[in-house]
Design a protein around this ligand. Structure first.
Ligand SMILES: [Zn+2]
Length: 274
């Protein structure tokens, strides 16, 4: 048997466990999981008013395609400063949520931000930031989902208790009631009960990746909501199929189980120590 804090996803035991906790946040699953494409398709076409008049000659216009993310566009168009620069330059047409851009939206590329964009604090030298997990925010736009936790079961730990044959996330061992935070800004694509995962939140981020937080005792966000980095999304717990309280955390390429990436590597790539 695995040590305390591990969770399993067997084919048989999840249902009865779900019934036991169905009173907590059980209404939020009415919406189907909606991928980025579906969400974009449902949005009305954007007006291309924007800033043609103020753009310098070097700027060009890019029309957002189905499935685009700011990160993809920034890469493909070689935007120096990446998606954050692209977002800063087009914030007036994109709005407050960089993870939601609609097909047909006209982005200006190669333009100085019309309004004085906030200078990123991340330009400080790397050498001056050895603080590790103690800091809440990293300046990279990413943070740990829970502070002060030890790592329980690591990603890709093999075992028969997981339906995929390995652990699809990383477990942070924390007592029930610990504050769980969004690792970065994004949009909540689902919040509610999900079988063996118990109370679960899935958030889509500007780079197109999804973060998943499972087994929570309570949720404080709902589907469709925009969240900022470090915002509390709920409290840790032991809902779903678990042997003890912990946060099960995944990074995925889609909102769904089975599209997992190494979550620790992902956080480290974004300047978060764990
Ligand atoms: Zn887990």
């Amino acid at each position: 048997m695995p040590a305390k804090g591990k969770h399993r996803r067997p084919k048989s035991h999840g249902f009865a466990r779900s019934i036991a906790v169905a009173g907590v946040g059980g209404v939020a699953l009415a919406l189907p999981l909606m991928g980025a494409t579906g969400a974009h398709a449902a949005a009305p076409a954007a007006h291309s008013v924007a800033q043609a008049a103020v753009a310098p000659a070097a700027a060009k216009t890019y029309a957002v395609k189905d499935g685009d993310t700011l990160s993809k566009i920034a890469d493909a168009q070689h935007v120096s400063g990446g998606w954050k620069k692209l977002y800063a330059d087009n914030r007036s047409v994109i709005g407050g949520d960089p993870s939601v851009i609609r097909p047909g939206l006209k982005l200006t590329i190669g333009q100085q931000a019309a309004a004085p964009a906030a200078k990123s604090p991340a330009t400080a030298t790397q050498a001056s930031a050895p603080k590790a997990a103690a800091a809440t925010a990293t300046g990279s736009g990413y943070t740990l989902p829970v502070q002060g936790a030890s790592i329980g079961t690591a990603y890709k730990t093999a075992g028969a208790m997981w339906s995929s044959g390995y652990h699809t996330g990383v477990d942070f061992v924390v007592p029930t009631g610990t504050s769980i935070k969004a690792i970065a800004a994004g949009t909540v694509v689902s919040a509610g009960l999900d079988g063996a995962y118990g109370n679960e939140v899935v958030i889509q981020h500007a780079d197109g990746k999804f973060s998943q937080y499972a087994h929570m005792s309570s949720l404080s966000v709902s589907s469709g909501q925009t969240v900022t980095e470090g915002r509390q999304i709920g409290l840790s717990g032991a809902t779903g199929n678990v042997t003890g309280p912990h946060l099960h955390f995944e990074i995925r390429t889609t909102p769904s189980y089975g599209s997992d990436l190494d979550p620790a590597a992902y956080l480290r790539e974004h300047g978060v120590s764990l």
